[in-house]
Design a protein around this ligand. Structure first.
Ligand SMILES: CC(C)(COP(=O)(O)OP(=O)(O)OC[C@H]1O[C@@H](n2cnc3c(N)ncnc32)[C@H](O)[C@@H]1OP(=O)(O)O)[C@@H](O)C(=O)NCCC(=O)NCCS
Length: 154
């Protein structure tokens, strides 16, 4: 297993992770190849990307932005074949470690019916801080969630 920042040449692998999901799933995360490509370049230009490779294949990635006092996740995904193996939890822990060093919270929004993503975030200690009703194009609500940094004692 290898975790590193994404590079421009990784775009094809990132899009392949998105494409591993069937056509119904994007309603739950509202990303398509065009919006993902735009966010990919924006995130890597700002240093806000992490990928996890297994046996030389991109298994999961996170695109995020650093804001004052917080890191905001734009999108994350695990390839369908690698789901349920703890891959994303591993990658999020890496981001969490990085954020804790800088005492940054992690923010994100998630479709209220994206049960696997909600389960993942809750299992990591994210708490719901807000609700945007009808935020998604299918009329679904968005939960705003936050993971606060643990206090680091010297
Ligand atoms: C959400 C997603 C990233 C989870 O990735 P994953 O690699 O399968 O997650 P993990 O195996 O690391 O799961 C970790 C935790 O998530 C939770 N989880 C995972 N799948 C779940 C499911 N179907 N239902 C409920 N909880 C689930 C569990 O709590 C699990 O922890 P545990 O195994 O210790 O109980 C993956 O399903 C995905 O890529 N979905 C499509 C893209 C997407 O929806 N992105 C989120 C946009 S906000």
């Amino acid at each position: 297993m290898e975790i590193r920042f994404l590079q421009p040449g990784d775009l094809g692998d990132v899009l392949a992770v998105l494409e591993s999901w069937d056509s119904e799933s994007p309603k739950l995360f509202s990303w398509n190849s065009q919006s993902l490509t735009e966010e990919f370049y924006a995130s890597i230009a700002l240093g806000g990307s992490l990928g996890l490779w297994m046996n030389g294949e991109l298994a999961a990635f996170i695109l995020f932005r650093d804001l004052p006092g917080a890191c905001e996740i734009q999108f994350l995904a695990t390839s369908k074949v690698n789901c349920g193996k703890g891959v994303m939890k591993n990658l999020l822990r890496e981001l969490q470690k990085r954020c804790e060093k800088q005492q940054l919270s992690i923010w994100l929004e998630v479709h209220a019916k994206n049960y696997s993503a909600c389960g993942l975030y809750r299992s990591m200690g994210f708490v719901q801080t807000g609700l945007r009703r009808g935020y998604y194009s299918d009329g679904g609500d968005a939960f705003l969630m936050e993971l606060s940094p643990r206090v680091i004692r010297s």
